[in-house]
Design a protein around this ligand. Sequence first.
Ligand code: FPP
Length: 233
Amino acid sequence: MGNMTSSAAASRVGSGALHIACIMDGNGRWAKRRGLPRTAGHTAGEEALATVVREAAQRDVGWLTVFGFSTENWVRPPAEVRHILGLHRKLFGRIEELNANNVRVNWIGRPFDEPGSRTPANVQKAIRQAIEDTKHNTGMVLTVAFDYGSRAEIVRAARHAAEFSPGGIAANLYDATLPPVDVLVRTSGESRISNFMLWQAAHARVYFTDCSWPDFGGRQLDEAIALARTHRA
Ligand code: FPP
């Protein structure tokens, strides 16, 4: 953890704080089973995430990284994309809750000024505002991957490393301060990695569960943590 500031390090429980990364899958199927529109599944997914953030902040989790929106998700129907973007603004607006849990918001994804960036101005603003409003928190770091794709991240990092900066690929990722992922979670019975954190999760344990993301909570989090601890023992 050599790249953490000392104040942040001091606030985390021991040096064993984990990095958990989540692919939050199954919102659509969760909704379908209930006869609801897919958007209702995403709404429930955002609420589940708020719960998981709170639960993780109370455990020995130093970093929680979630796949909020992939570079491939833009092809979904416009109304669904609009709904998911609105949920990101909702999540980034939960400042009071995040501050109460001492959670610092962070973001990784295609830079807004890069050609081809599609992130609307209101989402950019929500991301910037949440980062600003939680920057003093010294507890868990919640990183939302938005307009994120891991291969694009690695290609960009390799180019940057070659052109401008020493330190290799690791030093040129979207956020070089993120430690390696200890456990990668994927919900809803899928067992694919889907272009998420390929570099950072190279040595991660993987926790696959049949549980849909809207049903994910403290019990599943404990199972994922137990898996990470087995790995470290
Ligand atoms: C997968 O469900 C989830 C996504 C496409 C990402 C969106 C996640 C949320 C809205 C949860 C809240 C998170 C944030 C950061 C606001 P799916 O539609 O692929 O489900 P399916 O495979 O059952 O169709």
